[in-house]
Design a binder for this molecule. Structure first.
Ligand code: CMC
Length: 392
């Protein structure tokens, strides 16, 4: 009953106009600002892609140098922010800490911020892209009881991050260039994905005019769930639980059982009804990284490939058009890069930050933008009176 269209999960409702990312789910096509993801992954680095997503065009050499300089200059976090970590238990989930600490950034950048000003929006985007990796690395250091590593401005975005994650104050850490390239590619593949749950959350939060750092934090909270960004962590845990190729059919059977809530993690997508183009690139990156590290016989990778093979030959997965998604192979690459499993979703957040803030910016600048306010089909009691003796 009611006069509104019922569309749970927004399967058929476009909530905005957007010119950032195009997906053709039937054909498995993904474009950022018109450029195919395959070409961007091959020919561009993450900061170039950030510039593209934010500004609509790829940067020339001068524009990139300036953008890179601006991001690098904002990688430090206010020293006061480090105090926020101390309130958390050391074994807190990194995504819980991310919600707290990235959310706290809104207190540092609020009073002087005018969201109607294009330059204020630009500097907020730069600050987020620059500071989220610093905070992600701090989450890791905090959980292992190690001192925080300050960013080093002479390093590239990804080298700097890997150093903040893996180095200690008393070693000369130098990141392996093959691993730097792999992580850069992971970030490119996660940079944006149009109106996914977390991006829609950022837009909805932002539609009231709220602080952008707080809005991005709402996106981080949404990303955490296993149906969204939490899937990369869930995939690795699942592969470890399967443990051996011989047990794959048992898990495939469980995933098909209507009475069993278990799903194959890293399979299926709301929009892709064909192979996720990001998963293809991720599988290739997986090969490269494992070869570089001399881990060609990596058990998790073998398991993943065999699971993919068996699932893609199964009628259930064929009929429902369930293919591996971006999260299926990313966990294996992150694992090989020495990133702990509970940090995987925070890594996803690091890549997606640019997408979130670009959508927020696009929405604020859009004259058609309104506060997001879904309607409902009411199913509760009709009007009635409180009985005189209701406590009896
Ligand atoms: N394993 C087994 N069955 C599945 C799976 C799966 N991974 N995914 C969907 N199905 C079935 C589902 O049971 C349903 O069957 P039926 O029509 O008989 O009820 C049908 O396929 C359609 O599923 P749905 O839940 O209605 O589809 P959705 O578009 O609402 O959900 C999804 C998409 C990604 C949440 C879902 O496929 C899923 O839970 N996948 C596993 C988690 C995962 O890998 N998430 C990462 C998504 S990609 C990156 C990201 O966004 O973070």
């Amino acid at each position: 009953t009611g006069m509104f269209t019922y569309d749970p999960g927004f399967n058929s409702t476009a909530s905005c106009r957007s010119s950032i990312t195009y997906i053709d789910g039937e054909q498995g096509i993904l474009l950022y600002r018109g450029y195919p993801i395959e070409q961007l992954a091959e020919q561009c680095n993450f900061l170039e892609v950030c510039y593209l997503i934010l500004n609509g065009e790829l940067p020339n050499e001068k524009e990139l140098a300036e953008f890179q300089y601006n991001v690098t200059m904002h990688t430090m976090v206010h020293d006061q922010l480090t105090n926020f970590f101390k309130g958390f238990r050391r074994d807190a989930h990194p995504m819980a800490i991310m919600v707290g600490v990235v959310g706290a950034l809104s207190a540092f950048y609020h009073d002087a911020l005018d969201i109607r000003s294009k330059s204020d929006r630009e500097i907020s985007a730069i600050r987020l892209i620059a500071k989220v990796p610093t905070i992600v690395a701090m989450c890791h250091k905090y959980s292992t009881g190690m001192p925080f590593m300050y960013p080093q401005n002479k390093l590239s975005y990804v080298e700097n991050f890997l150093r903040m994650m893996h180095a200690t104050p008393c070693d000369d850490y130098v990141a392996n260039p093959v691993l730097v390239r792999a992580l850069d590619r992971i970030l490119v593949l996660h940079a944006d994905h149009e109106q996914n749950a977390s991006t829609s959350t950022v837009r909805l939060a932002g539609s009231s005019g709220a602080n952008p750092f707080a809005c991005v934090t709402a996106g981080i909270a949404c990303l955490w769930g296993a149906a969204h960004g939490g899937a990369n962590e869930a995939v690795l845990n699942m592969l470890e639980k399967i443990g051996d190729v011989s047990r794959i059919p048992e898990y495939v059977k469980k995933a098909k059982d209507k009475n069993d809530p278990f799903r194959l993690m890293g399979f299926g997508h709301r929009v892709y009804k064909n192979y996720d183009p990001r998963a293809k690139l991720m599988r290739q990156t997986c090969h490269e990284v494992l070869n570089e590290l001399g881990l060609q016989n990596n058990k998790l990778f073998e398991l993943a490939m065999e699971l993919e093979r068996i699932a893609l030959e199964d009628d259930y997965f064929i009929e429902k058009k369930l293919y591996p998604n971006v999260d299926f192979y990313s966990g294996i690459v992150l694992h090989a890069l020495g990133i702990p499993t509970n940090m995987f979703t925070a890594m996803f957040a690091m890549g997606r930050t640019v997408g979130w803030i670009a959508h927020w910016d696009e929405m604020i600048a859009d004259p058609e933008q309104k506060i997001g306010r879904p309607r409902q089909l009411y199913t509760g009691a009709m009007r009635r009176d409180v009985p005189a003796n209701h406590r009896k």
